[in-house]
Design a binder for this molecule. Structure first.
Ligand code: ATP
Ligand code: MG
Length: 322
């Protein structure tokens, strides 16, 4: 079973990325063939600063490796090192109905949040379909926000296969292990481009301040039944603390025996402890500045080999090859 997932270097990786995509992908690494990439072409839809992209890409690679990617088992590369994906995007784009793209939630959310509506942002799901289909991926662990894009990928693959003959593997959206949507500091989906994130590798003081600034829904005391859904701090605590700690805090909060400030302090402690081994691994990896470049260069060569085989198949089917 081949697993593939990507993360944009549009900012520092956060716990939404971790619980939505990284953790389930790493679970897959234990028993399968894995392809992980840093989606730097995608990040151009929200970030137009070259030096920052270059720095973010490096940081994202270190973050992800520190979380547990094993480059000896998995293929790990940066998207733009395999530019074949752009050719496949064009090919798939010719089959992507406008109506389908216009219904994309992610596009609509980002435009509603003030991102400029470029062709690139609109075409994002087609590039994502190319990312997935170029590697014959079978399962794609992503957060809920990307589920619709995986469905679009399936539609495009089926359409291509119908038009040109059996060419693509149809991927599954993988939701067995992932957390659908991790809320951000403001209670909305945590997103790099929304500035509401808790970074996996943030500084202690800044993270503490961020956690203390989490927006709490004052209604959650009056409507105890909906506490867990509305209370961002409790939802985050459930991710990083043992279950009994979260359950106990929730019960005390409802009974009025735990204030929001104290709840946030408990959250910070568990958060900091949960990621401690990852921080240690990251420090070790960062000590060798050539390490990340070496891993990505090796990954690019391995990814390109698979990609060129699939693209050849596509060109053949579409009548593009001689
Ligand atoms: P951007 O704001 O630039 O879109 P992002 O924070 O949404 O960045 P992406 O790089 O777009 O992060 O997404 C990488 C992966 O992390 C995707 O699989 C996505 O579904 C997942 N993901 C992102 N945010 C969350 C979240 N809040 N909860 C669960 N999964 C998430
Ligand atoms: Mg996103």
């Amino acid at each position: 079973m081949r697993t593939l997932t990507g993360i944009q270097p549009s900012g520092s990786l956060h716990i939404g990325n971790y619980f939505g995509a990284i953790k389930p992908a790493l679970t897959a690494q234990a028993d399968g063939d894995c392809f992980f990439f840093i989606a730097d072409y995608h990040s151009m839809t929200s970030l137009s600063d070259g030096p920052r992209r270059r720095a973010n890409t490096r940081e994202a690679a270190l973050d992800w490796l520190a979380c547990g990617i094993d480059p000896a088992r998995s293929v790990f590369w940066k998207q733009s090192d395999v530019p074949e994906v752009c050719e496949l995007m064009w090919i798939l784009g010719t089959l992507a109905p406008m109506g389908l793209l216009e219904r994309a939630h992610s596009y609509k959310d980002k435009v509603a949040r003030g991102l400029s509506a470029s062709f690139g942002l609109f075409a994002y799901p087609v590039l994502m379909a190319a990312d997935i289909l170029l590697f014959d991926a079978e399962r794609v662990p992503v957060g809920k926000d990307q589920k619709q894009h995986v469905e679009m990928t399936r539609d495009l693959a089926i359409k291509f296969n119908q038009a040109y003959g059996q060419t693509f593997t149809i991927p599954e959206h993988e939701e067995r292990y992932g957390v659908a949507t991790v809320p951000g500091l403001d209670g909305q989906k945590m997103s790099k481009s929304y500035g509401n994130t808790l970074e996996i590798f943030g500084e202690e003081k800044a993270l503490r301040q961020k956690i203390m600034s989490i927006v709490m829904d004052s209604r959650s005391r009056e409507e105890p039944k909906s506490d867990a859904e509305k209370n961002t701090a409790i939802q985050l605590l459930r991710l990083v603390a043992p279950e009994d700690v979260a359950t106990d805090c929730e019960a005390r909060l409802r009974a009025g025996g735990l204030g929001y400030g104290d709840l946030k302090k408990v959250l910070f402690e568990h958060y900091w402890e949960f990621f401690a081994p990852f921080r240690q691994k990251r420090a070790e990896l960062a000590a060798d500045p050539a390490y990340v470049d070496g891993v990505l260069a090796d990954g690019a060569a391995r990814a390109r080999e698979v990609a060129s085989g699939v693209l050849q198949r596509v060109r053949q089917a579409a009548g593009l090859s001689r």
